[in-house]
Design a protein around this ligand. Structure first.
Ligand code: NAP
Length: 525
């Protein structure tokens, strides 16, 4: 597919109004053709007006129509998967095979959300039947369903250029909810972004939908993102990236005359607790498994297990040795962008300055933006004193914490800020200690894993990729899994409505055959 470098404003392709950029191949440090257009607030305004114009018709598409649209996107992604993976690899330095997997995962997400749409449970159809005879006051018929919030601005992430980017889970779940999407493309992979945008734009056309259902903008600096968050026709925002960026956008949205929800996914170190019996029984295997997971995708993953805590005792030396061996054998690999590589080196220095001892290092960097794999160790008492040691180092570094005893382990667990996930490696005799840790972890994380590692994450009905601040800005929601759709929905109650004016999901004879809650009971009536 030929890349034009244009912006996508509804059905239109728009050339640059605010300069251009070229993608950078981080492995060679060379620019890649073609030039990609930057737009500004005027393009945001056009896209937002189109999205607003599309809202009523798109929000009211039948479940079957909307599901078919999502499936068209999935088919389009499948068709371009090899080309998309090649381009994304050039722009990110990530391996082609991994990116083909991401494309497959993205297509699967659109199909999963098509199923969610067909099931119609997201409508949450709830009915309180009229009670005209009720004393002392008759009850009117009340019916509730959920509809889409309105046009949503989505900030594509840098680190997963497909599955958290243009055709990622945020887009799939917003479109499933009935919300038009304006995508702010990440400048780290403009070609991969365009390929995905083309697929979505074509699916909009083939489905006979209003062109404003999808637009993609790109800009230099913060101006375009700020214009999106400020635009009065935008009704919600999703973001994956740094805590500084996420919180700047969150605060901005709260200062609007009409504040809107901003769902940010920002930072997590995904602590792993190896409890004593498991440590003694399989310390080496756990150390190796942890190091293998932390190095995946050059450590540039929000679910990277970054901190391992274990009480010094039987198995600790084997665990440490296995971690050192795995990290030491890893050659340096290209990081996603110069900015991310620079931040990584700075944060590695920060860990060192904070008193963590460097106990292993992989091969030296060969290219400009290579990230060297690093393993640090620190003792639990020191970690308790310096909160900076539990901050994220985005890249292939991890911290092993040598804990004195159970009391110190519990104290350390309580020190963590909000996390996307936490893991416990346990054997049967560890269960009482795991039970003590559990409520501490529940208060701090969105997902607790036993006897596996935090990465990867299933994308399914019970998946949670969320957690208390600063993992996210709203711990009530997930950005991955089928419940991600909830971020883009709000309830509306219809009181005293005649059948012909009711939405399909709430009509008296349940023509969609939905599971509904009627007078508190779940049924298909
Ligand atoms: P980022 O700097 O937070 O940027 C993410 C997106 O938001 C970009 O499109 C960026 O636009 C935009 N943006 C950021 N701050 C903004 C602001 N104040 N106003 C308007 N738009 C704004 O993230 P990144 O570029 O992906 O990587 C930087 C760092 O973020 C990494 O080193 C890492 O520490 C962290 N990160 C964490 C995760 C995670 O999952 N935990 C994932 C990715 C990155 P511009 O590019 O045009 O500035």
């Amino acid at each position: 597919m030929k890349l034009t470098g244009n912006l996508f404003i509804g059905a239109q392709e728009v050339s640059a109004t605010a300069g251009t950029m070229k993608a950078l191949n981080p492995a060679t440090n060379a620019e890649i053709e073609p030039s990609f257009a930057f737009g500004g607030p005027a393009e945001v305004d056009r896209a937002a007006r189109l999205a607003d114009a599309a809202f009523d018709s798109y929000n009211n598409t039948s479940l079957a129509e909307r599901a078919a649209f999502l499936e068209r996107i999935a088919v389009g992604l499948d068709a371009i998967a090899p080309e998309l993976a090649q381009r994304a690899s050039l722009e990110t330095g990530l391996p082609v095979a991994q990116l083909e997997g991401e494309a497959t995962k993205s297509a699967a997400q659109f199909r999963q959300f098509a199923t969610v749409v067909r099931q119609g449970r997201f409508r949450d159809a709830t009915i309180d039947v009229a009670q005209p005879e009720r004393q002392p006051r008759a009850r009117m018929d009340h019916r509730m369903q959920k509809i889409a919030l309105g046009p949503i601005a989505i900030f594509g992430a840098s680190n997963f250029p497909i599955s958290y980017s243009v055709a990622g889970g945020d887009t799939a779940s917003a479109l499933a909810a009935g919300a038009p999407v304006i995508l702010k493309a990440h400048n780290a992979h403009p070609g991969a972004s365009e390929l995905q945008a083309r697929v979505i734009q074509q699916a909009v056309k083939d489905s006979g939908l209003h062109e404003g259902v999808f637009s993609m903008v790109r800009g230099a600096g913060n101006e375009i993102g700020e214009a999106l968050v400020d635009h009065p026709l935008i009704k919600g925002v999703t973001f994956t990236g740094s805590e500084a960026g996420g919180m700047a956008l969150f605060r901005r949205a709260q200062q609007r005359p009409d504040p809107i929800p901003v769902f940010t996914e920002m930072t997590s170190v995904n602590p792993t607790f190896v409890l004593p019996t498991a440590l003694a029984a399989r310390g080496a295997a756990l150390g190796d498994g942890f190091a293998e997971r932390m190095l995946v995708t050059v450590g540039q993953a929000c679910l990277k297990p970054a901190i391992l805590l274990a009480i010094d005792g039987p198995g600790y030396a084997e665990l440490k040795h296995a971690m050192i061996t795995r990290v030491g054998a890893m050659s340096a690999r290209t990081m996603l962008t110069p900015g991310i590589a620079t931040a990584y080196r700075k944060n590695v220095e920060r860990q060192h300055d904070a008193g963590a001892e460097r106990i292993a290092a992989g091969g030296d960097p060969q290219r400009k933006w290579d990230g060297q794999s690093i393993l640090f160790e620190v003792d639990g008492a020191h970690m308790l004193e310096d909160a900076s040691l539990s901050e994220e180092v985005f890249g292939p570094a991890a911290l092993l914490v040598r804990v004195k005893d159970v009391t110190q382990l519990i104290a350390l667990a309580k020190k963590f800020r909000g996390q996307l996930s936490a893991t416990m490696q346990i054997d049967q005799p560890d269960h009482p200690l795991a039970a003590r840790l559990l409520p501490i972890l529940e208060r701090r994380t969105g997902r607790i894993v036993i006897n596996a590692f935090s990465h990867p994450q299933e994308v399914s009905y019970a998946s949670i990729h969320g957690g208390p601040f600063p993992a996210t800005s709203d711990s009530r929601f997930t950005s991955v899994g089928m419940s991600a759709i909830e971020r883009f929905l709000r309830p509306v109650s219809y009181q005293g409505f005649p059948d012909d004016l009711l939405p399909e999901a709430l009509k008296y004879d349940n023509p969609l055959g939905l599971w509904r809650v009627t007078d508190g009971e779940v049924s298909k009536t």
